[in-house]
Design a protein around this ligand. Sequence first.
Ligand code: GLU
Length: 491
Amino acid sequence: MSFVRVRYAPSPTGAPHIGNLRTALFNWLWARHNDGKFILRVEDTDQAREVDNGLELIMESLRFLGMNWDEGPDIGGAYGPYHQSERLAIYKKYADELIEKGAAYYCYCTPDELKQMRQEQEARGEPTRYDRRCRWLTPEQRAEREAKGLPRVVRLAVPLEGSTTLPDFIHGDITIPNADVDDQVLMKSDGFPTYHMAVVVDDHLMEITHVMRGDEWISSFPKHILLYNAFGWTPPQFGHMPVVLGPDKKKLSKRHGATSITQFRDEGYLVEALVNFMALLGWAYDGERELFSRDELIQAFTLDHIHSSPAVFDRAKLDWMNGYYIRGLETGDLAERLLPFLTRAGIEADLETVKKIAPLVQERLKRLDEIAPLVDFIFQQEIEYDPKLLLGNKMNAAESLNALRNAGEVLDNFPSFDDEHALEQELRAASEKLGLKPAQFFGILRVAVTGKTVTPPLVGTMKVMGKGKVMERVERALRELEKMARAGSVV
Ligand code: GLU
């Protein structure tokens, strides 16, 4: 493979969603696979659609996903500028060149004229398109319009006959009759290029070798190839990637939950999982293997394994992958990633404690944002719970009270809870002596200490909490059970 230069060319119209970033990822992987260059280019010629911090949102998303760019608006490069709005003179020069060659022409039609043309075509049941009336103007007619200073656009003079083959390495060759292609506007009357003009000129000047973009651009593809032909340039290799659908097989959108990648980050998805997951939206290795680290993806990623059928966004699979990557983290690393999720939930946690908690929760977390409700009781001064939860399964208040007293005694006899194993043994022995099932005995103790019926492993959790806090909570629970037992014996 000769040198590879690929680009991600977003319009700064808002936070990029997972489908856009899948496009970026495939380009990035292909660049890295080949030791090539990944270029970030801002397609900002449609300024009405722009949002203020559009570029920032794009760069933040790429940075979060670890997709670094080699040239771009912030770092420059030999092919700049990388904002299309700063390249207007370049597009004008190339438009002039096409006019000179006779491959493009000025069109003076007003919006009203175009509208009327469309209506007439519709009335005749014809496809609506520009009827090329300005293409056939005589030099005198043209001079007359110029003398009046009429606003003008530049249109591509599409060949009237023959056909054009569009080579696509994902879909295969597509051949279209030229007669089906409109004389596309290349330059607008305000001096701005259209997307079609800018994308072709830039991909050529920036020496892009592969254009990988979403399927939605397939309808523009003929115009682009015809434009390359008009210039006499060799087009890059094109691949239009399958759309990403939601589980309902409709195009992925906000209806399917989080759309911006930063939202996925805030929900506690790991970058490792997101990158792996996104790589499988339209690409497959052998149809079986699904787990790939970033380096493995770079190694394995080839264009012939991109498929043309739509990819389906499956959140259950993302959750499964996220759990897998969480389980694979070193616990110190996991703790560091968990801490912000606790802080955000208003829990004043410290990294040292979270490091101790991490191994207790690692197996059960699917998302980092599940951490707060799972361990909040460890950090709280007082816990709130319904005292009835203290009643063991099929046990009354007096029996539950007796069980918790026994548990309390065992705990009290341990100077500290450091020896988790011994503590667990003794508690089990106490439960057995009372003829209780471990689920009954530990269930009561669990609610007493945590206020919850489902928690990380109890003995390990008590070790993290320390004896003082645990005993305080056991005592409070004993008082609750005493109250209930007294009330019970009265009735
Ligand atoms: N600016 C286009 C977009 O926003 C880029 C299309 C292309 O890659 O050619 O998706």
